[in-house]
Design a protein around this ligand. Structure first.
Ligand code: NAD
Ligand code: MG
Length: 381
């Protein structure tokens, strides 16, 4: 029985992880869960999966949950303390980081120190703290198993291949709902428009990030840390059908790819059972049904959030944190309808040029940078 914990169990990745646990209830057991504020859903999950410890970010929600599940033997915690307890809970073997945002950094670090393998969906953690996380994982001999579909595809395409023979990584992107649009057409895009992703159903923040190509920018940085390649070796390829989930080109010109229907359950399940593969009763790819597969260069003039990501990655230090924090804040403001769509990349760019650079930041400096960016952006709106 593999014992797992999930940070962000009520979200898109979290609930799909629980679907897999439900299918493999004889082999996977949930022992700890954490979520933000959705008390109703977390209560349901507690009753169904019977974890030993659960945490809610909001103190009020935690109190409410505690009352609702007082008939069960489960400890209910709150805040960062709760997240950390879930992350390091003694029985946990694999921690699924399905929380959104930089809030995932500290729990992930503590889980690694406690020897837990990480099934990593929370890309913001690697973007900001990859230089801390990757060496730490090596030191504690824990695996970082990618859940992001592109990175799972790359991981699968690297299986059994010599790592020093990679020419480049071809990171595929659907292009999002605004592919082909010009900047002028994006001026008046509303939250509802940006939330209409053509191929994937995901949480709100990442769906907005997909429309701006900032998600792809974050994934470029994530790939650098996961696979130890240089920014020049990561090429973004727009592939609107989302059938090829990413590819690796080797020095001899061979390209190895992973294909499948767009469904996050496959990469999640692959991370949970790695290196094994298990049956999945979902629709399979039918090549006779596939009309065509097409490929384009990303439009980095219109969607310059992607270009800024490469700049942030090349600068290093806390610059990826500035990029990520500015995006997190700007997306939150856009979702609250307080800023316009095109202000998202604008705020990233301005933050990157205003906030001072720190080389090799520790966790404290990463979190300080986040605060500084938040204050700077608050001053702009
Ligand atoms: P989501 O918004 O659907 O879910 C986020 C989860 O985190 C929820 O359970 C929420 O309650 C919880 N949460 C948020 N803030 C919290 C806090 N402070 N304390 C405790 N819990 C908190 O997000 P999602 O789409 O599932 O994405 C999660 C992560 O996975 C993101 O980093 C995203 O980039 C990454 N990811 C998602 C997908 C996808 O298909 N959804 C694909 C690839 C990568
Ligand atoms: Mg992805």
């Amino acid at each position: 029985m593999k014992k797992i914990a999930i940070l962000g169990s009520t979200g898109s990745i979290g609930t799909q992880t629980l679907d897999i646990v439900r299918n493999y209830s004889g082999e996977l057991q949930v022992v700890a869960l954490a979520a933000g504020s959705n008390v109703e859903l977390l209560e349901k999950q507690v009753r169904e999966f019977q974890p030993k410890v659960v945490a809610m970010w909001s103190e009020k929600a935690a109190m409410d949950l505690k009352e609702r599940v007082s008939d069960l033997e489960v400890s209910v915690l709150a805040g960062m303390e709760g997240l950390l307890s879930v992350a390091v809970f003694p029985e946990v073997e694999v921690l699924v980081t399905a929380i959104v945002g930089m809030i995932g950094i500290r729990p992930t670090i503590e889980a690694i120190k406690a020897g837990k393998d990480i099934a990593l969906a929370n890309k913001e953690t690697l973007v900001c703290a990859g230089h801390i996380i990757m060496p730490l994982a090596k030191e504690h001999n824990v695996s970082i198993l990618p859940v992001d579909s592109e990175h799972s595809a790359i991981f699968q395409s690297l299986n059994g291949e010599p790592k020093n023979r990679i020419n480049k990584i071809l990171l595929t992107a659907s292009g999002g709902p605004f592919r082909g649009k010009r900047k002028e057409e994006l001026q008046n895009m509303q939250v509802e428009d940006a939330l209409k992703h053509p191929n994937w159903s995901m949480g709100r923040k990442i769906t907005i990030d997909s429309s701006t190509l900032v998600n792809k920018g974050l994934e470029v940085m994530e790939a650098k840390w996961l696979f130890g390649v240089e920014p020049e070796q990561i090429q973004v390829v727009v592939h609107p059908q989302s059938i090829i989930h990413s590819m690796v080109e080797y020095v001899d010109g061979a390209v190895i790819a992973q294909l499948g229907i767009p469904d996050m359950k496959l990469p999640i399940q692959y991370a949970l059972f790695y290196p094994d593969r298990r049956v999945m009763n979902e629709k399979k790819l039918d090549f006779f049904e596939l009309q065509n597969m097409t490929f384009e260069k990303p439009d980095t003039e219109t969607f310059y959030g992607l270009k800024l990501a490469y700049e942030a990655l090349r600068s290093g230090g806390n610059v990826p944190t500035i990029y990520n924090a500015a995006n997190e804040k700007a997306v939150a403001l856009f979702l609250e309808k307080k800023i316009s769509y095109l202000q998202i990349p604008e705020m990233i760019e301005r933050s990157m040029s205003k906030i001072s650079k720190i080389e090799n930041p520790g966790v404290e400096q990463i979190l300080e940078t986040e605060n500084r960016v938040y204050e700077y952006i608050a001053g702009l709106v």
